[in-house]
Design a protein. Structure first.
Length: 200
């Protein structure tokens, strides 16, 4: 991870750029401004400092915009994969295009009343808010699927906090890309406690 310290504003703008970047395509400043609810002039000013830090490359012209550098991905501690496995997200029973799960961290799994997870995502979190129903997965290795409710949204670090209400595991072989083609067996959070208790 890079030791470069960014201001909250710089980090939010850089995160928005990285999330909207797709290969060699440039991202327009006004699109970044709209995504983070800021004035395009503010984004332009911050981009100057990010360019000086070699985190952003500016592309001039009418079809110009900005591209993140390799150093930008390192600074944000984001893996840059050519062909990552798809771990989809659905919010309120609708697929969220352009968003992919990068990591899931469970916290306080010993709490008998609530199970939460922090979910790192790649892509724009526009329109997600507390109280939304969310489904993640299946994950590529074991076919884990999580169902829950959004408890918090951190657009700076691109993290969702989710209260887990159910989990499911695919009952099939998972191919090398993480795809499964069979049904999953769902276990609610309350049932998972009983199963975990029986295992002791």
């Amino acid at each position: 991870m890079s030791t470069l310290e960014l201001s909250a504003s710089q980090k939010r703008i850089l995160t928005a750029l990285v999330n909207r970047s797709d290969g060699e395509e440039v991202v327009r400043g006004k699109d970044i401004a709209a995504a983070i609810d800021r004035n395009p002039g503010t984004v332009r000013n911050r981009m100057q400092s990010l360019t000086a830090l070699q985190l952003v490359e500016g592309v001039p012209g009418p079809k110009g915009g900005y591209k993140p550098t390799t150093k930008a991905y390192e600074t944000l501690d984001v893996d840059r994969m050519e062909d990552p496995a798809r771990v989809p997200i659905e919010v309120n029973d609708r697929p969220v295009p352009g968003v992919n799960v990068e990591g899931i961290t469970f916290g306080a799994v010993h709490n008998p009343d609530v199970c939460r997870a922090e979910v790192s995502v790649r892509g724009a979190l526009d329109g997600l808010s507390e109280g939304d129903r969310i489904a993640l997965g299946p994950t590529p290795t074991v076919g884990l699927r999580l169902d829950g409710v959004v408890d918090g949204v951190d657009p700076v670090d691109n993290v969702l906090v989710i209260e887990i209400v159910g989990m499911a595991l695919a009952d099939a072989d998972v191919d090398e890309r993480g795809a499964t083609d069979t049904a999953v067996e769902t276990t609610s959070y309350a049932d998972a406690d009983v199963v975990a208790g029986d295992a002791d």
